[in-house]
Design a protein around this ligand. Sequence first.
Ligand code: SR1
Ligand code: MG
Length: 412
Amino acid sequence: MAIDYEILTPETVPAYIDSNPNLAGIVDTSTLEVAEVGDGNLNLVFVCRDAAGNGICLKQSLPYVRLVGEGWPLTPERVIAEARGLAAAAAATPHLIPEYYGVDEEQHVLAMENLMGWEIWRGKLNDGFIHRGVAGLLGVYVANLAYTTSVFALDQMKVKDRVVEAVNPELCRITEQLVFTEPYIEHDNNSFLEGLAPEVNALRSDEELRAEVGMMKFKFMTAAEALIHADLHTGSVMVSFKDDGSGDGRVIDPEFAYYGPVGFDLGAVFGNFLAARARAVVLDQPAEFQDWLAGVAQETWDAFEAEMRRLWSRRPDATWTEAFLDSWLAQIQKDAIGFGGCKANRRIIGLAKVSDIETLEPEDRVKAAAIVLRTASTWIKDRDRLATVAASNDVFEAVAADVMRDGVRAAE
Ligand code: SR1
Ligand code: MG
């Protein structure tokens, strides 16, 4: 593959920073230590720290999917979508993202604060750490991003311009294929343990489920409600502990950002909490951890709803009444449950799996995966009847009890 821009390495990063006037004075490049730590699916990530303890983080888009290699080309322009997502969040919730230093559109590099000492939430969840309060911060983040970029806050002409600017077709196509289509068909990108095959077969032969997944995909492809993060899983959140022992969180990685359905961001959070809960059950992680985890989706929803209601009082257009907000929130909660199911199923069957499940021993992995698939599929099919996060949690409890008591489906 011919690459027409310089791909950074830890050795070339100091000179790159020196050559970029926007980055002057943040770190002393003569004493810089640089490590490439990208463990996501797409990009290079360089964390840098100088002898005085100042830091910077650079993220460079490769012209292909890192997880797969050059055989899957992908536009490096996605860095502009990420810059747009960061800028919108910097305006709405600067305390919930790393400080954003700017984007280099030629070399496809984003510069931001190096969150030294912070860690990716997924790993901490896997290890059973309790970060109280972070789930609520995600609700605040989603509400502010949604409100400040939507017709609720902005003139309709401005919103239409922004919808056009933020169109992100290649990244959306990844989600359309990996989340909504491939898990439900035979596809080379899919993989799972043989012991899970009867559960996957049952899911694939469920015509009602397939139709409802289609409904969710159609909404993802057509509902331009607001600028959304569009990849808000627990690997897109960094956490640390505050002095009082509670958790703090920062949202990263909005390269999938586009104008889409607000419930998709909340659903991504719920779907990834589901994987964490399934892991906790099969490993029998400590009761205090499981009890806390049982409440995180509700905490995210409650914070989202409270923040939307707070922001609502600022709306400039009388079209949007209190009764409208009640109806819209009810719809978003149902959407979030359905999207949560779609996001969870893909992490079990499709490409780009999650450590919550993948690091389990095979027998536990199959059980946890079955808990996720059955719960997620019920969320998708019954989202209108369930209607609330509390009811979706009840589904998890019932499914987990079934699987832990009776095991998974046997091959026919
Ligand atoms: C081919 S990219 C796979 C996944 O990585 C990202 O984090 C998104 O979740 C995407 O679906
Ligand atoms: Mg990502």
